[in-house]
Design a protein around this ligand. Sequence first.
Ligand code: 4EZ
Length: 229
Amino acid sequence: MKIAVMGAMVEEITPLLERFKEYERVEFGGNRFYTLKYKGIDVTIAYSKIGKVNAALTASILINRFGAQKLLFSGVAGAVDETLHIGDLIAADYLVQHDLDITVFGHPYGFVPEGKIFIKSDEQLLQIADKTASSLGLTLKRGIIATGDQFINSHEKKEWIKKTFNANAIEMEGAGVAFVCDALGIPFFILRAISDAADAKAGFDFDEFLQSSSKISADFIIAMLERMA
Ligand code: 4EZ
């Protein structure tokens, strides 16, 4: 079994590399890929750099060049849903691009012809995540993650995304990964730990909690890998 684990920022994958310690490093397409064997699973870890385009590129490389058969994403996000607090985990059951807008032609937000607005994560991986959460005594929320090429730090913008897509959390890569995996038939799972509330103090909170929330997400992904081994 070949599994890819990806993040967007180096801080998001550092706890994974620290856990595994021994890996090989390969450069391709402007990214570094770290390969290792864990309990019989071939794992490739990479960070894409921020944004949907970078995320889509890295996901494609993980699948087509490294042969990933499943893809797990680990990282942080801004909370939209008030029940989510800093450090809480959310698994996407659907992902949507909140900044995709050809509404002037009568299309809904997040839609382009021949596409879909919402992409569903793999149900089997979501179930593995639920079991992992209950075995660790953790709460894992499922919800809609809205992705766009903007760091959201305004109440208005956040409320618009919430109202338009019924989103629970916001970030900048999930839907990019989801669209690639969906198109290529690769089961995927997107996990985020909350780093901020996408409000006026989001920039400050993000800097403060990037490391600790990245670790919460990465530790959960490691527990999922253990269960999958
Ligand atoms: C993008 N990531 C943030 C990257 C910020 C700073 C150098 C997650 C994220 C996020 N994205 C956390 N909080 C967010 C927010 N409020 N809006 C968008 O995936 C790079």
